[in-house]
Design a protein around this ligand. Structure first.
Ligand SMILES: [Fe+2]
Ligand SMILES: [Fe+2]
Length: 275
């Protein structure tokens, strides 16, 4: 089974990069399932029902994982309850529910797979609960027959992401990091079984400070003042991994990193409105 896992979709630039590249990635790689991290898809902060529908119904994304920004859009909190293809970070204090961090899905090619989402503790909100404890409960919710098991570990610290992945070697097919918005070049197969990358990277504008317009981000770093935090929308990149997983054993056979830029680069346009 081939999985295309795409990193944090950042605002309009990220959505445009996804729409631009997904058709050609589908024809080149023919993935059985496409996963995206959607925590920044709406104006950089959270997700809306409309964008969720665009991702799933229009672009055919199979599963949307989230992160610390999952609740930023108030109306989405209730909507998320009924979304079949949303996976929330199970160990965030305002989720704290293993069942909300696991989805068992069936690909268009008729293959079952499980997607999980947890958040880190290190350098993150002090209320986040232990991903290790939650993951044990989440794994218990996955039927034995479902061998293809995928985890989006949404965390700041490279060490924590690697620690979680090493802890799960042989029990999860693919562990990929999100949240830092910076791709790492360390994709590999741990113990010959578990595909891993510390961070997939952002799908969005890199001429920025992790996706946010440079001027506002620099001002905040210099003065502490958080004002006009808007996603940049000049350059548009897609960052992802492609992983091949043996469906009988659940082991990862191959993992490949992708980083692609939309060729035309418009000037940084006007600030986007949430939509
Ligand atoms: Fe993010
Ligand atoms: Fe995040």
């Amino acid at each position: 089974m081939r999985i295309l896992a795409i990193g944090d979709i950042m605002g309009k630039a990220g959505r445009q990069a996804l729409a631009h590249f997904l058709p050609s990635l589908r024809s080149e790689f023919n993935p059985d399932a496409v996963l995206v991290n959607g925590e920044n898809a709406a104006g950089g902060f959270g997700l809306t029902e409309k964008i969720y529908e665009q991702l799933t119904s229009q672009l055919g994304v199979d599963c949307v994982t989230m992160g610390n920004h999952w609740h930023d859009k108030r109306e989405f909190v209730r909507f998320a309850e009924q979304c079949e293809r949303i996976v929330l970070p199970a160990n965030m204090m305002n989720v704290n529910n293993p069942a909300k961090g696991v989805r068992i899905l069936r690909s268009k090619s008729g293959k079952n797979f499980a997607v999980m989402n947890v958040i880190g503790k290190t350098f993150m909100h002090a209320d986040n609960l232990s991903p290790f404890v939650h993951l044990e409960r989440m794994m218990d919710l996955i039927p034995q027959a479902v061998k293809v098991r995928i985890l989006d570990i949404h965390a700041e610290a490279t060490s924590e992401k690697q620690g979680v992945a090493q802890h799960l070697v042989g029990r999860v097919s693919l562990v990929y990091g999100t949240h830092s918005h910076v791709p790492t070049a360390d994709e590999r197969i741990l113990g010959g079984k578990t595909g891993f990358i510390t961070d997939v990277g952002m799908t969005g504008p890199y001429d920025s400070v992790i996706g946010i317009r440079k001027e506002a981000a620099i001002k905040r770093l210099m003065t502490g003042e958080k004002k006009n935090f808007q996603p940049a929308n000049g350059d548009r990149w897609l960052c992802a991994v492609i992983a091949d997983i043996d469906e009988d054993s659940g082991s990862c056979i191959k993992i490949q990193r992708l980083r692609l830029e939309v060729p035309d680069r418009p000037d940084d346009g006007p600030e986007e409105k949430d939509d």
